[in-house]
Design a protein around this ligand. Sequence first.
Ligand code: SF4
Length: 410
Amino acid sequence: MYVLLIHILHGRGRVGAILGDCGKAPLEKVLYPQNGALQKSLDPGSNPGPGPDMDITLLARYPFLPEAREYVGGIRIEDIFSLKYEPLRDYAKRWIISSFNRTSLGFISPEDKILAFYISKLYLIALQDPIITQRFANAVRDQMEMYLLNDSDENIERVATAFGIRFRNPDKRIKDLHLELRNYLVFRMIYFIDFVKYASRISGEAFRLLNQPLIQGWIPVSKEVFAKLLREAFVTQFTEEIEENREKAKVIKKYVEQEIQEILEVKDKFISQYSSKDFGAVQIEAFPPCIRSIIAKLQNGVNIPHQARFFLVTFLHKIGMKEEEIFNLFATAPDFNESMTKYQIRHITGKISGKEYEVPKCETLRAYGLCVRNIFRDNLCEKDWMSHPLLYYKLRKEWLSTRKKSSESQ
Ligand code: SF4
């Protein structure tokens, strides 16, 4: 594989042509799109360059900083996939996986952590799965917020500058006024456009523009709020960057297929372990097409196969539907048998068996002919990363709730 990789990376094969610049370029070039949001913020003209006092542990805390490029800039993409970097590739994979199962990652040197961060990005680019990207970004975000709250003002400003956030120091009068009237210490004034852009990702009235003391376009914020805005800036720019690099996915994927499979399996396992608490009240409008199709068949007296019944019960139970409500759905089935149906529901939901069966993933449902995405042409189902009916339900429910909130606020 290595020989083939070198061959391809030097552009002598069919894939080499597709790979273009990607294979021959240093990692830095592969990871920074020409017009990406992060690239803009990484423009040397708009940021402080690496100072003589640059601390490597600072870069390990914030591996997205422009100075971190020095540690990846010289490494060629083919080297990353060589034996030498296997332990780091493993760490990068586990880093992504740990954002689902919270497994401990163990110690790593600051230099390796910077590189592992960039390898994780390669995996995420190859995956092009917004759920996985978001989980990883959120995990980095949470850690970053913790670091920021304990970091020096200078370092916090450095991070803000890297994200292109406009801020200024408050004068004494503003500080005193806010301490007295609003009971918080103003850390920095942030330009309102940047505030709105990133605060919109945070829930709560405290982050709405209407509730801010706007002073000639600037909003005085505490250190905690400033850190929250920075972490959301990271998530926004990071997820955009992964998405913008989607054309490189195919090429990278070929060399990390096994790792990608492992990550996808962890994601599916995580989703299948959602409990009714993760879903809130049952919302029929958010049901995936496969479930709606089975229910429609039942309601029209069509006999459905065993696998469809099993799937329906596991799904409805998982999202929090009561046993009696599930039972009622089967009442219109042509071969309805009350005691048998009750027994089967209780068995599948673990009441009798002691084992709560998992909801099958899309791949399994496709094998049983229960996936109907080709008939329903549903936009969520058509996404490459849609792998589980529970994921569909969760996302659709969130989308319906956001739509409801925005129509209520209009
Ligand atoms: S893609 Fe998944 S959620 Fe959508 S219909 Fe098929 S099995 Fe159901």
